[in-house]
Design a protein around this ligand. Sequence first.
Ligand code: RNT
Ligand code: ZN
Length: 412
Amino acid sequence: MSYLEAKEKYAKIGVDTDKAIETLKNVPISLHCWQGDDVVGFDQKGALSGGIQTTGNYIGRARTLDELMADIDKVISLVPGKMKLNLHACYAIFDEGEFADRNELEPKHFAKWVKFAKKRNMGIDFNPTFFSHPMVKDNLTLSSPNEKVRAFWVEHGKRCLKIAEYFANETGEPCVMNIWIPDGYKDIPADRLTPRERFKKSLDEILSISYDKSKVFVTLESKVFGIGLESYTVGSAEFCMNYVANKGITPLMDNGHYHPTELVSDKVSSMLLFNEKLALHITRGVRWDSDHVVIFDDETKEIAKEIVRANALDRVFIATDYFDASINRISAWVTGVRSVEKALLYALLEPSDTMKELQNNADFTSLMVMHEELKTMPFGDVWEKYLKETNTPADYLAEAKKYEKEVLENRQ
Ligand code: RNT
Ligand code: ZN
């Protein structure tokens, strides 16, 4: 079916496909840099820690800044729409012979990233890295009972806040700075309160430095459990939600961080009622893993619908967060981001007013049928039109395979 036929079909149910495409073009997605190198970063050689794990050994992991930047460029060329760059502190860049530990980081260590982002018209989001580092002691950082350890990580947080402000000033776009710590215990703790008390104190200390709140949005990400940290998580959902509300910062929900029958799509509306902004990490949880590549599945669609129905595209910071080392990393990256965009477009093509009315009139029969009929509407034609208008190749797999042959295979 051609786009024009699809457009007509959607028009019949009161949906303007042109408008949906235009809207989507301006929704920024924050592209996580860590899919390219299996969350390794450039500032240390140890294994990934913090209760997260990348599995797989596909060829072509980006090992250097140049490789990672080239890969990101490839990804950008294969995804439609507006992108922001989402960096972690462990991607700091040092000159020959130079090194600065996490508690010594300065804006200058990210100058090359700023140049990269500016050239591509991207804003930058940022994450302090509270994992994969020798100062993570007994799986604890900001909640550590060891004052030296705690102070080290508090300083890291403060440094990152300054770097986030630098990103915002340089790019002219607000910077979302997300705090996530892995802290927790594998087995039943004797004290659940004091670690949380220390985490609270550490966050207070980090946030005590002055920063421009109109440019830097500090977010706090909760989690249900980490690998090897199954019994207790310091930064639980309740801790984070309460802390955020108390301090007036922004909540961040990662949809891989809840019990399997809990759905972030159902949480978005409540969060939007009580928070000016909401940040999301879009991922796909599979059993114990919270970081599979995002696909165009029901929950991704439902999250997108909740944002669109609430008219909150400008209040929700949308970021991707997953890592798969078992398949072509470029394809993994692109599949995830495109799936998020597909979900948003799908949501924008919902005749929301009509459906809300059916709900209010308690006509649940018609509502169910409408939900079902929408699934076989010619969505693919509208998606293809969006790709065309944004000059994005439809066949990204061919591009990813070509890049594998020409570039990735040489990274042995
Ligand atoms: C971990 C969190 C966190 C990380 C990234 C690398 O469970 O989801 O957001 O994935 O910061
Ligand atoms: Zn996350």
